[in-house]
Design a protein around this ligand. Structure first.
Ligand SMILES: NC(=O)c1ccc[n+]([C@@H]2O[C@H](COP(=O)([O-])OP(=O)(O)OC[C@H]3O[C@@H](n4cnc5c(N)ncnc54)[C@H](O)[C@@H]3O)[C@@H](O)[C@H]2O)c1
Length: 435
């Protein structure tokens, strides 16, 4: 989408987060702590990266906010929805991601973030049983109530602009079905007809956000905005959308490591990824229908980096498997194992093992910040529709599958797309090629 230089980031930016669980509370607490100077926003591109602008003698390495006008962390105001009534302080303690000493200094601000009633349908996440839920006659009614929430928060907080971020549980897999998801008109009709099997609650959040002039980001692998009807709405309302699924642990490693195999012309016969995870996300993903959504997302990464059609000798028929195992003792501290079977000169086999002992929410929090700030930037720059430059942060980047468009999963190509877009929105030339 053609872009212009971004408008200045004046006033407050309202970030409304769907889900007030481990990721959201780690994100919010970190922002509140960072603006008091009590923590560093490590891992955040918008806060740390230096991007080259200009070439040769004129080149400079600038921080993102020196290239484009960006909100300060002080300019952000938060709201959230959740199925459980716990406020952000209680939820952060319950999540057990952060130590109490990293939460207490911002206790009062966290206590004030009380979740709005969720737009929820138990059939979409059977392991959740909270009662902080809206009573909705139809999906259309759900949309109306969410729109009202957004309007009220905007008025009460004085936010100039709103971004809506989904950091709630992974819903069961909803396959795109053109009868319902094909056009905006069919989607709206399905909402009015209360077609609950085809209209996930997340679609109501996204639809409500776009109707209220708020860009929408899907941080889970849910289908939600990855359907032609939502693309049509985003185009009509001139709003940016992004998704799906934060690229944090194993898939980050995969999209950064697969290029090593691909650039050295080594062959791949199999890649087996498994991990153990014990937080509420892991509990929800223990349900096969919810895991299916994640599996589709995680499997898509390799096939567009190591491509059989381009190198049939090296990448034909490799075996790719991904598993997530719910294992409560580890809570948010996920452990991932990757076993990679490669082959070299004359077909001789070799193995690579990667063991990543990560912290899921610690990796996801900076992505929440970057995605929210950058989609707001895109909005101010007049960009709309799917923001491919945000693929850098996403496991399963949205692409137009109705036109056989192939997503870019290669981490370093995604990084070039990101830098080029920031350059352009700052009025500089997008001068790097994607090879
Ligand atoms: N942490 C990571 O590395 C990572 C990476 C990629 C994607 N994700 C995704 O991010 C999401 C959040 O992860 P988490 O660890 O914070 O999970 P979590 O279970 O701690 O938090 C999710 C919260 O969402 C709430 N929720 C569920 N459905 C809702 C609805 N319809 N409306 C409002 N609230 C709702 C739940 O009650 C829960 O409190 C998950 O979908 C996860 O798959 C996380």
């Amino acid at each position: 989408m053609a872009s212009t230089t971004a408008k200045p980031a004046t006033g407050k930016l309202g970030i409304m987060v769907v889900g007030l669980g481990a990721v959201s509370t780690t994100f919010i607490t970190g922002v509140l702590m960072a603006r008091k100077g009590l923590a560093k926003p490590v891992g955040s591109t918008t806060q740390y990266d230096r991007i080259r602008v200009g070439r040769g003698e004129n080149k400079k390495y600038l921080k993102v906010d020196e290239i484009v006008s960006m909100p300060k962390l002080d300019d952000i105001v938060f709201a959230a929805w959740d199925v459980y009534p716990d406020n952000a302080y209680e939820s952060a303690i319950h999540a057990e991601v952060l130590k109490k000493e990293d939460i207490e200094p911002v206790r009062d601000e966290l206590l004030a973030i009380k979740p709005l009633k969720a737009a929820f349908d138990h059939n979409y996440a059977k392991r959740l049983d909270g009662d902080n839920v809206k009573q909705c006659a139809t999906r259309w009614d759900m949309v109306e109530q969410l729109r009202e929430d957004i309007r009220r928060f905007k008025a009460e907080s004085g936010a100039e602009r709103i971004v809506v971020l989904w950091a709630a549980s992974t819903e069961i897999y909803v396959a795109p079905d053109m009868k319902y998801h094909g056009t905006l008109a069919t989607l709206e009709q399905a909402m009015k007809d209360n077609e609950t099997a085809y209209i996930a609650p997340s679609m109501c959040y996204a639809y409500a956000a776009l109707q209220e002039d708020a860009p929408f980001i899907m941080g889970a692998p849910n289908t939600t905005v990855d359907i032609p009807a939502m693309w049509e709405l985003a185009d009509q309302k001139k709003l940016p959308i992004a998704g799906k699924d934060f690229k944090t642990g194993q898939t980050l490693v995969k999209s950064g490591f697969a290029p090593i195999i691909g650039t050295r012309m080594l062959g791949l016969s199999g890649w087996f990824s498994t991990n153990i995870l014990g937080n509420r996300d892991g509990l929800v993903l223990d349900e096969p229908a919810n895991f299916r959504t994640k599996e589709v997302s995680k499997l898509s990464t390799l096939e567009s980096i190591l491509v059989a059609e381009k190198q049939p000798d090296l990448y034909t028929n490799y075996f790719h498997k991904v598993r997530i195992n719910y294992y409560p003792p580890r809570n948010d501290n996920k452990e991932g194992w990757d076993n990679i079977d490669i082959f070299g000169w004359m077909g001789y086999p070799m193995q690579i093992k990667i063991n990543f002992l990560c912290r899921d929410s610690i990796l996801a929090a900076p992505l929440c910040l970057d995605l929210c700030l950058l989609i707001d930037l895109a909005h101010r720059a007049g960009r709309y529709g799917t923001q491919r430059f945000l693929s850098f942060f996403l496991k399963s980047p949205m692409h137009d599958y109705t036109k056989d468009e192939v997503p870019v999963n290669h981490l370093f190509q995604q990084y070039v797309m990101l830098k080029n877009a920031i350059r352009e929105m700052g009025g500089y030339e997008a001068d790097e090629e994607i090879d």
